[in-house]
Design a protein around this ligand. Structure first.
Ligand SMILES: NC(=O)c1ccc[n+]([C@@H]2O[C@H](COP(=O)([O-])OP(=O)(O)OC[C@H]3O[C@@H](n4cnc5c(N)ncnc54)[C@H](O)[C@@H]3O)[C@@H](O)[C@H]2O)c1
Ligand SMILES: [Zn+2]
Ligand SMILES: [Zn+2]
Length: 476
């Protein structure tokens, strides 16, 4: 009987009833979901309501779900994903139902879910690398919700989600839907752990200078994580003004790559350490400082942002260096004018600096290899893929690029890459939010209903003014 199969849990109930009578009598309920329909097309469609398929599953009613820069790789046709996939991998919600083998959660629990799908008992999972689980994906190591080559799993931009291995995938949260933590907790599914993991790949430690390329959600939260961990100077490179503004708002130093070579700009700013003692007395005379900075900029051969900024910004940037540290430099130490830790939070769709209208997949790694000091660390959190149907030549279609490997080797750099093993970090970052130490929601620019998703995808893909991070909100 139709009425017996209908739950009273979805907003589509009445509509579904009608549809079920007309077309889909054996389908049960339908839910709304965002479905990939080919390059630059997503549609909000009615799809089958998820069911418990395995005793370790849970069904979660979502209250928020993120749209991610990673979704755009699929949206733009730059993966091998076929039309029909439900997208999304950033879920937050309330447990609706659990399978018989789930022992940590019950109906009504508020949870955030890792974007990785992982079993918890294979060789990689027991070592903490849930991002490379060996049992969940027939094609590769590692599974995820709604993502190309990451297994057959439906995505989280939907009203309900089937969560395999729920005991591992879910992390329990306090509070209730749409409370003061909703926007911070949704960041725990991917971008906050991913930003933090980027700092681990780049071996960020207290007192080290850091450069982050890319001021999208991942880059901004990598910079934020570096600051939380006591990095001395954190530079953030991009060319989108409002994203650079956000970087500045958390205490990072914004660098607009359209103004000049970002490596030269950062090196010049780092070199100001050596001139702080001569510049500081002049601070009493504002104009003198302003012209001093302009000369410094000119002598560095760069016309960079500091030269264009207002005097207060300039002084703030100059004061970023601590003169006490400068005076204690050991002979030779001043040669370390770059940064110790560099983060690529852009990936293979990086923009060319000379002509940002075109892509240059090696731009960011090349810049970082120049900028990172000898013995420094490169963390590549931005995605590079071995299958890129939209790439500019045959080698790039296989993810093969020409990189400055000789310089990287001569500098003795370490390189870290890969998907984030979210579970390793999620509970600790959750506790930072609850304790009021971290507020990653500062990156959210738009909260939308699921029906607005196609428009939001288009605007986000165009990096339209102000579109930094979009979340779909289900609960009012
Ligand atoms: N490793 C993981 O587990 C993981 C998880 C989530 C996201 N990611 C990846 O991280 C990357 C960033 O994600 P996002 O959501 O922040 O995406 P995003 O596309 O919103 O941000 C990328 C930013 O890089 C900037 N950019 C482009 N070219 C540049 C250049 N040459 N120099 C400096 N900045 C440049 C863009 O203007 C944009 O602001 C993506 O590749 C995404 O797929 C990886
Ligand atoms: Zn994501
Ligand atoms: Zn596993």
């Amino acid at each position: 009987m139709l009425c017996a199969t209908l739950h009273c849990r979805v907003s589509l109930k009445a509509k579904n009833q009608q549809r079920t009578f007309l077309n889909f009598s054996d389908w049960g309920d339908l839910i709304k979901a965002v479905v990939y329909r080919g390059p630059n097309q997503v549609a909000v469609e009615e799809v089958e309501d998820p069911k418990i398929e395995h005793p370790a599953d849970a069904i979660v009613r979502l209250t928020s779900s993120g749209i991610c820069g990673s979704d755009l790789h699929m949206y733009e046709g730059r993966t091998v994903e076929k039309p029909g996939k439900v997208l999304g991998h950033e879920p937050l919600g309330v447990i609706e139902e659990v399978g018989d083998a789930v022992f940590s959660f019950k109906k009504g629990d508020r949870v955030v879910i890792t974007f990785n799908i992982a079993c918890g008992h294979c060789l990689n999972c027991i070592r903490g690398f849930t991002s490379a689980c060996l049992t969940v994906n027939p094609e590769n190591a590692g599974g995820a919700f709604g993502y190309a080559k990451m297994g057959p799993y439906k995505g989280a931009q939907a009203e309900f989600l089937r969560v395999p291995f729920a005991d591992l995938s879910c992390t329990k949260l306090p509070g209730s839907p749409v409370d003061k933590w909703e926007d911070d907790f949704i960041m725990l599914a991917d971008v906050f752990p991913t930003g933090f993991f980027a700092t681990q790949l780049a071996m960020v430690q207290p007192g080290l200078p850091v450069a982050v390329f890319g001021a999208g959600p991942v880059g901004l939260l990598a910079a934020y994580s570096a600051i939380l961990q006591g990095a001395t100077q954190v530079f953030v490179v991009d060319y989108i003004p409002e994203r650079l503004e956000l970087a500045k708002s958390i205490g990072a130093i914004p660098i607009d790559f359209t103004l000049s070579d970002p490596v030269a700009m950062i090196e010049a700013l780092r070199s100001q350490h050596a001139r702080m003692d001569t510049l500081l007395p002049g601070e009493r005379k504002l104009q003198k400082i302003v012209s001093g900075v302009k000369n410094l900029v000119r002598s560095a051969g760069a016309s960079f942002e500091v030269a264009r900024s207002d005097p207060v910004t300039m002084i703030e940037m100059l004061r970023t260096g601590n003169p006490a540290i400068v005076q204690s430099l050991l002979p030779g130490e001043e040669k370390m004018k770059g940064v110790m830790c560099g983060i690529d939070a852009v990936g293979y769709q990086a923009r060319d600096r000379q002509d940002p209208s075109r892509e240059n997949p090696t731009q960011v790694i090349s810049d970082l290899v120049r900028l990172i000091n000898p013995t420094g660390h490169l963390g590549v959190i931005g995605v590079y893929t071995a299958d890129d149907p939209g790439a500019y030549n045959e080698r790039a279609k296989k993810g093969e690029y020409i990189l400055p490997f000789g310089q990287l080797w001569e500098k003795g750099m370490t390189v870290g890459t890969g998907q984030t093993p979210v579970k390793k970090l999620q509970p600790m970052l959750r506790d930072m939010i609850i304790a009021g130490v971290a507020k990653p929601s500062f990156i959210i620019s738009h909260k939308i209903s699921i029906d607005e998703a196609p428009d939001a995808y288009r605007e986000f893909a165009n990096r339209t003014e102000g579109f930094t991070k979009v979340t779909i909100q289900f609960a009012k």
